[in-house]
Every structure is written in structure tokens, then in C-alpha cells.
Design a protein. Structure first.
Length: 231
């Protein structure tokens, strides 16, 4: 896919709007990272699946989730060298349930705790955006502006129906061709908020905050992800 790479200039520090969703100031979802030059690790290769995120506000404060821990902090901007400078970062220290998640968090936090980052915003021809952070020692974090979808079968996607959408209380999930095994609902940051493993095909979402959510549906034919809006 053809990409247009735009590296922000020093005027970034003003509150001008960059890009279709505000440029750097956005919610980002990690797709891959690189510690050793040329050795990129896709997030999709980590199992059980995770949804690492990074939200950057226009005052350069940030928050996010790794595998099982969250973090907050803030950047400052070096206009002379066009760099993000890490001012502070705090992370929770919960032990993950899976060694693969522990290994990921060691790598991820080692990169995030670097002092300086260069950065670029990539505008895709389909309207989406990506963020690349490169540490002073060469490690790379690559994000995009929507969560990962894992192993989605196109035919299965068309057969899964989430209704009503938008909804204020319940959602029902139906499949034309397959039996539903489990349903999991994630927030935009990738946090699991609800789960049904009984195959009831209906979930009470009345307690959720307003906004967009992702419904992960496992059937005997595979896995699908659908969006819905809680109003």
C-alpha cells in the first residue's frame, strides 16, 4: 500500500491540528516493535493476544496499556532537534498470567523508558494513520489509529451480526452459518470489559460507558471482530 510519510516540523508544539485525527494527539495501538535493528516483532505473534495502546493528549501527557499493566507519563518537546523528551513515566507492576506477556512487557517498557524519541506520522491511502517512535538508541515502536484484529475470516465477518447497534442496554450476536462459542467485549484501548462463554448470544451492556466497543466472537468456524456503539 502506498504511504505518504510526513515528519512533523518544529511548529508541532503549537496547538494546530495535524492530520485527520489530530496527528500525534490521538489514541494509538501498537502493531510491532523493534529492539535489534531489522528484527521486528509483530504484536499479532504474541499469544494469548494483547492490545497494547498509547493515548497522547495535546499537553503531551500520555497513558496506555501494555499486556497486563498500565502506564502514565508525559513528554516535553525539543523544538531545536524536533524530539519528544520523556519527562516522567509510571507503570503498575502486576505480574502477568502468561510468560509471553511478561517477556513483551520487559521489551516494551525498556523502549518506553528511553529518554528521547524522534517520531513520524504516516498517512495511509485508506484514511488511517500510523505513528512511529524511534528511541535515541534505535529501538522502534510502531502504532496505528485502530486496534488489531486477529485471524479474521472475511466470510465469517459477513455472517456475524451484532444488533441493535447502537444500543443502550443489550446486544445480541447471531451467526448465519456457525454456532457461537464465546463473546468478549473490549474497550477502544483493548481492555476486556465483558465476557460470555456460555453461548447465550446476548450480553447486558447497560453498565458500560457511552462510546465505541469491539465484540470478539468465537464460533466453530473461527473468530470475528465487530464494532458497536453504546449510547
Amino acid at each position: 500500500m502506498k504511504k505518504l510519510l510526513l515528519i512533523f516540523i518544529a511548529t508541532f508544539i503549537s496547538l494546530n491540528v495535524f492530520g485527520q485525527s489530530g496527528g500525534l494527539y490521538s489514541d494509538w495501538y501498537l502493531t510491532s516493535y523493534e529492539i535489534d535493528l531489522g528484527d521486528s516483532v509483530p504484536v499479532s505473534s504474541i499469544t494469548p493476544h494483547i492490545y497494547p495502546s498509547l493515548s497522547i493528549n495535546n499537553n503531551l501527557e500520555f497513558s496506555g496499556e501494555a499486556a497486563c499493566n498500565t502506564f502514565t507519563g508525559s513528554f516535553s518537546y525539543d523544538a531545536t532537534n524536533d524530539l519528544l523528551i520523556l519527562e516522567n513515566i509510571d507503570a503498575t507492576l502486576t505480574l502477568c498470567d502468561f510468560q509471553s506477556h511478561e517477556n513483551f512487557e520487559i521489551d516494551y517498557f525498556n523502549i518506553l523508558f528511553n529518554a528521547t524519541f524522534s517520531y513520524s506520522i504516516i498517512y495511509e491511502t485508506n484514511g488511517s494513520e500510523s505513528l512511529e517512535l524511534v528511541s535515541a538508541s534505535g529501538e522502534i515502536l510502531r502504532y496505528r489509529d485502530y486496534p488489531l484484529v486477529f485471524s479474521v475470516n472475511d466470510n465469517d465477518l459477513t455472517s456475524i451480526i451484532v444488533h441493535p447497534n447502537p444500543t443502550s442496554d443489550y446486544i445480541s450476536i447471531s451467526s448465519e452459518n456457525s454456532m457461537i462459542d464465546s463473546i468478549t467485549i473490549y474497550s477502544l484501548t483493548g481492555k476486556k470489559v465483558l465476557e460470555d462463554s456460555q453461548g447465550l448470544n446476548s450480553i447486558d451492556v447497560s453498565a458500560l460507558s457511552k462510546g465505541m466497543y469491539f465484540t470478539e466472537v468465537y464460533t466453530d468456524a473461527g473468530r470475528s471482530v465487530k464494532k458497536f456503539i453504546k449510547k
